[in-house]
Each structure stands twice: as structure tokens, then as C-alpha cells.
Write a protein that binds this ligand. Structure first.
Ligand code: UGA
Length: 424
């Protein structure tokens, strides 16, 4: 089946969705409100880094199956399916701000084809799909939830090989029409009502965030017990009910999803009169983790951070992305700056200035005259550097590896003191 599809919003979710739907053979029109962005995309330029996306956008444009237009109302005429891939930023009170979604729903309502299916794709609070249906003010169209589970850094792989496809609809036929868009993908299909589909997305992110905070707590304990968190996680992971994934301790979870979605779910729970204590603990634990890493650096230096120069490797919220949103590395840096340290940082994906810190051209330059080195993002490149050169560059040979990325033996051989996370 080949369909005419409109995708509203060309952020991470929207652009990836547009590109891979075109790759699956559909005719896709993507809309954005920023004129320069639309022009850039029509030239095949992708405004952020995501492996393989640039190539897939090119493939779509060259094949005549993918184009970009200004404004949602321009994109929807002729579309059988309209994906809403709009941001839901965090409001002051922790809830998700729905103004983009609401604005677009009101805008496209009059322009939709009869029988069109409007699909909420980006993460939207429970109840939004029903709200969109009201705002469209059309009784001849359908609104369906189809949450996206892609991870930055492996977005296309995740879209083309999903663990599951979730469709939330009160209309079985509309649900099946959406499912047919993905007929080439092999994945379990879950068809449920809109509220359950929306809840699946929040519960999945909140559960993964819980795993990360849990293993970070276990890492604390391991240091006190004299245990090694990597072996503990391995031993736990063989239990199929637990699994190996998301049990890597680190400086905390970040990015545009986990922190925002966890807070939004706590807020949604509050709104219906339920105190989601467990999830509040997860978020609190995560915020304490940033300070804990700063404490570890101070402890390794055996003194106050005031006046010290700290080299930082890694600024993005995780490896294989250029995304700095809610990056734990930046949160840890904030603590270090507050305590009077000077920061020299390097990240393979970050070349621009960042307030209050010196962004260096390579990993060695970041170490120049540094009193300690902190590894905050798990870029594989860092493992293969010349550590003799690192040792020479630093004023004192101290490493705090918040991702357990480097080889302690190789470092200790070169006279470094090494502190990982959750191991002695
Ligand atoms: C996350 C989910 O994994 C996706 O399924 C979801 O679609 C997406 O949010 C979203 O809602 O859009 P993403 O934010 O790209 O994807 O990043 P993850 O790979 O999940 O990592 C989130 C954070 O947890 C990162 O800071 C990462 O370093 C941290 N993490 C992850 C750990 O500290 N330890 C782990 O073992 C795993």
C-alpha cells in the first residue's frame, strides 16, 4: 500500500518519521513553520546529527517521495494520513505544554480531506488524542495515537525495526488503516484505546528512567559494599525478567525525553489524585546524581574545587548525538562551576561556545594544565586516545570516569588515580 502522508513538525520525531515513511514507499509532505528550515530541508540538509538520516532524506527527495512545505495547512490537502510530530515542552509546573498541538489542530481542521486520519506521533499527555479530535471540529475524520519509541543516535534503526507498534484508536478501521502504513515492518502490533496508547509511551520512558536511577543507586551501594556494579548488572541482566539494557550507571539520565516525560507523568498522576511516589524518587535520585559526580571529583582532588581546572570529556546527553538538551554533563559542570572550578571541555560533536566554559578543539587540549579529568559522556573515541599524551598535558593525573568507559589498569600504569562509578 502506498499512501499520501503529511507530517507536521520536522524535529527529531517528525523528520525521522517523514524520511522513513518515504523510504517505505509513501508520498510524504513535511511541514514546518520556520521558512529557512524548510528551504534547508528541501536542499537535503538536516539541521541536526542523526546517523543515516541525511542519506535517507536525500533518497526521499531524489525519488520524488519527500518534500517540505511552509505551514501545516499547506501540507494537509490531499493527505490520507496526517502525523502530528510537534513538541510538548515542559511548562513551569512540570506539565506538558500543549499549545503547539492545539494550535495546529485548530489550523488544519478546515483543510483536512474527508476520511483523513490524524495521528499523534510525538509524546503527548494522556487525553491529547481525544482533545485533538475536539479541536479539529470535524466529524468526518479520525484521530489515532501512534507513539514513537525511537532513540536518538539509532532513530532510523528503531523506526525500521521497532520492538512494537502501538496504535490507540476508538475506531478499529482507522487503526487498521494506520497499521497498513507499516505493513513492511515486522513487529508486534498493539491496538488499544487512545488513552492506553498514550500511557504506554509515558510508562515505557518512566520505567526506563527508573532502571537508570535504580542502577545509579546500586552503584552508590556497590562503592560502600566493595562490590562492582558492572558485575552486579551483568548478574541481574541474565534474569530474563530484568534484562541487560538500561543498567549502565552514569551521571544520570538526560535528553529531551526522560526528564520531561517523567515530570509530566508525575504531574498527570497528581492531576488525577495519585501521588506517584516511586517516580518522584527516580527524578530526585537523578538530580542528586549530578551533585554526587561533582562530589566524586572533589574527593578525587582531596580538596575544594575552588580554583581548580577540570578537563571534561563529553558534553552531549549521551554518545552518538549532538543533542545537549538536559545533558547530565552540563548539569555536573554547573555544580563544578558553582564550586569555583574552571572547565576545559571537549566533545566530538560540540564545536560552538558554551557560556562559562572553554570548549577545546580536541581531547588533549582539554587536558592542558588540568588538575583532574572527568569523563561525562560515553563517546567510544575516548577509549582509544594516547594516554601518555594525556598524562603529559595534565597538571595532576586524576581521572573520574562517570561512565566506566576507560581502562583503569592502563591509566594506573601511567600514574593516574582512577575513580569509576560503582566499583572500587
Ligand atoms: C528515550 C527512549 O529510550 C526512547 O525509546 C524514546 O522514544 C525517547 O526517549 C523519546 O521519548 O523520544 P533517548 O532520549 O534518545 O530515548 O535516549 P536514551 O538512549 O533512552 O537515553 C536516555 C538517558 O539515559 C541518557 O542520558 C543516557 O545516557 C541515560 N542512560 C541510558 C543511562 O545513564 N544508562 C543506561 O543504561 C541507559
Amino acid at each position: 500500500m502506498t499512501a499520501h502522508v503529511a507530517v507536521i513538525g520536522t524535529g527529531y520525531v517528525g523528520l525521522t518519521t517523514g524520511a522513513y515513511l518515504a523510504h517505505l514507499g509513501h508520498h510524504v509532505v513535511c511541514a514546518d513553520v520556520i521558512e529557512e528550515k524548510v528551504a534547508l530541508l528541501n536542499d537535503g540538509e538536516v539541521p541536526f546529527f542523526e546517523a543515516g538520516l541525511h542519506e535517507m532524506v536525500h533518497e526521499g527527495i531524489a525519488g520524488g517521495r519527500l518534500r517540505f512545505v511552509l505551514g501545516a495547512a499547506t501540507a494537509v490537502p490531499g493527505a490520507e494520513f496526517v502525523f502530528l510530530c510537534l513538541p510538548t515542552p515542559q511548562s513551569e509546573d512540570g506539565s506538558a505544554d500543549l499549545s503547539y498541538i492545539e494550535g495546529v489542530a485548530a489550523e488544519i481542521g478546515p483543510h483536512l480531506e474527508a476520511e483523513a486520519v490524524v495521528i499523534t506521533k510525538s509524546t503527548v499527555p494522556v487525553g491529547t488524542t481525544t482533545k485533538v479530535a475536539r479541536l479539529l471540529a470535524r466529524d468526518d475524520v479520525f484521530v489515532v495515537a501512534n507513539p514513537e519509541f525511537l532513540r536518538e543516535g539509532s532513530a532510523l534503526h528503531d523506526c525500521l525495526h521497532p520492538d512494537r507498534i502501538v496504535i490507540g484508536s476508538d475506531d478499529q478501521e482507522a487503526a487498521m488503516r494506520v497499521a497498513s502504513l507499516f505493513e513492511h515492518l515486522e513487529a508486534p502490533l498493539i491496538v488499544t484505546n487512545p488513552a492506553s496508547a498514550e500511557a504506554i509511551k509515558y510508562s515505557s520512558n518512566a520505567f526506563l528512567a527508573t532502571k537508570v536511577s535504580f542502577i545509579n543507586a546500586i552503584a552508590h551501594l556497590c562503592e560502600l559494599f566493595g562490590a562492582d556494579v558492572r558485575d552486579v548488572a551483568l548478574g541481574m541482566g541474565y534474569d530474563k525478567r530484568i534484562g541487560f539494557e538500561f543498567l549502565r550507571p552514569g551521571p544520570g539520565f538526560g535528553g529531551s525525553c526522560f526528564p520531561k516525560d517523567s515530570r509530566a507523568l508525575i504531574r498527570m498522576a497528581d492531576d488525577v489524585g495519585y501521588d506517584f511516589e516511586v517516580l518522584r524518587g527516580v527524578v530526585d535520585m537523578n538530580e542528586r546524581q549530578f551533585a554526587w559526580i561533582a562530589d566524586k571529583i572533589a574527593a578525587a582532588l582531596r580538596g575544594p574545587l575552588d580554583g581548580k581546572t577540570i578537563a571534561v570529556w563529553g558534553l552531549t546527553f549521551k554518545a552518538r548525538t549532538d543533542d545537549l538538551r538536559e545533558s547530565p554533563a552540563l548539569h555536573v559542570i554547573d555544580h563544578l562551576l558553582e564550586r569555583g572550578a574552571t572547565i576545559r571541555a571537549f566533545d566530538p560533536m560540540v564545536k560552538h561556545e558554551i557560556d562559562g566554559i572553554t570548549v577545546c578543539g580536541d581531547a588533549y587540549a582539554a587536558c592542558d594544565g588540568a588538575d583532574a579529568l572527568a569523563v561525562l559522556t560515553e563517546w567510544d573515541d575516548f577509549r582509544w586516545l594516547d594516554f601518555d599524551k594525556v598524562a603529559e598535558a595534565m597538571a595532576t593525573r586524576i581521572v573520574v570516569d562517570a561512565r566506566n568507559l576507560l581502562d583503569p589498569t592502563a591509566l594506573r600504569r601511567r600514574g593516574f588515580s582512577y575513580d569509576g562509578i560503582g566499583r572500587v
